[in-house]
Design a protein around this ligand. Structure first.
Ligand code: ZN
Length: 202
């Protein structure tokens, strides 16, 4: 789904999502106010967008050309938390999307090869996770099956993804971190779902 359709269905993020977003932005030195975070239920993924033209959002909000967005599906992130019994994979997704904006700072039209874009975002994902306290096992939770795939047209293989995440994590001092302690904001009563519309994942 493209960014415009996501804007139409977007809902304000939960406090939990905003907390994760803020921590990842700070870890990567990205301005929190430069990106608008929205929840899009049922999208099945998370994505980073830059809108080329000014746009009026249907709740009346106006966004100038070049405005940055991150859309995330709360169900997708909740499912990751449940299947890995850890908050780190979903925090990693948030860091990855912010990493796209960090990497596109000088290249908003996304003209580079998509694998390069992905690897840059993966690098920043590892970097942010190291700053937030993730250990080696935490960064490998989602991409540890190194021999199982060859990647796709748009996304590198798990092996390449893990190399980029690992490099970012190392460069940010991850090897010195042995705590693996999840950041303090991860409270069980606050989740990825939009605050205004609590739901039960189906
Ligand atoms: Zn990506």
């Amino acid at each position: 789904m493209n960014g415009y359709k996501c804007i139409k269905r977007a809902e304000r993020p939960s406090a939990y999502s905003t907390g994760a977003f803020n921590l990842c932005c700070d870890a990567l030195g990205v301005s929190r106010s430069g990106i608008t975070l929205y929840s899009v239920v049922g999208e099945g993924t998370a994505s980073a967008w830059v809108i080329p033209e000014a746009r009026q959002y249907n709740d009346g909000r106006y966004f100038p050309a070049g405005h940055r967005f991150i859309f995330y599906d709360p169900e997708f992130l909740s499912r990751l938390e449940v299947s890995y019994n850890s908050a780190w994979p979903s925090i990693g997704v948030m860091a990855h999307e912010i990493g796209h904006h960090r990497a596109w700072a000088k290249n908003p039209d996304r003209t580079r090869d998509n694998w390069d874009c992905e690897q840059a975002a993966n690098y920043y994902q590892g970097w942010a996770m190291a700053i937030l306290g993730a250990g080696r096992a935490d960064i490998e939770l989602r991409h540890g099956n190194r021999d199982k795939d060859n990647g796709s047209k748009t996304h590198p293989s798990s092996y390449h993804i893990m190399r980029a995440i690992g490099q970012g994590w190392k460069d940010a001092g991850g090897e010195k971190n042995t705590s693996s302690k999840e950041p303090d904001f991860l409270k069980p009563d606050l989740r990825w779902w939009p605050d205004e519309q609590p739901r039960t994942p189906s």
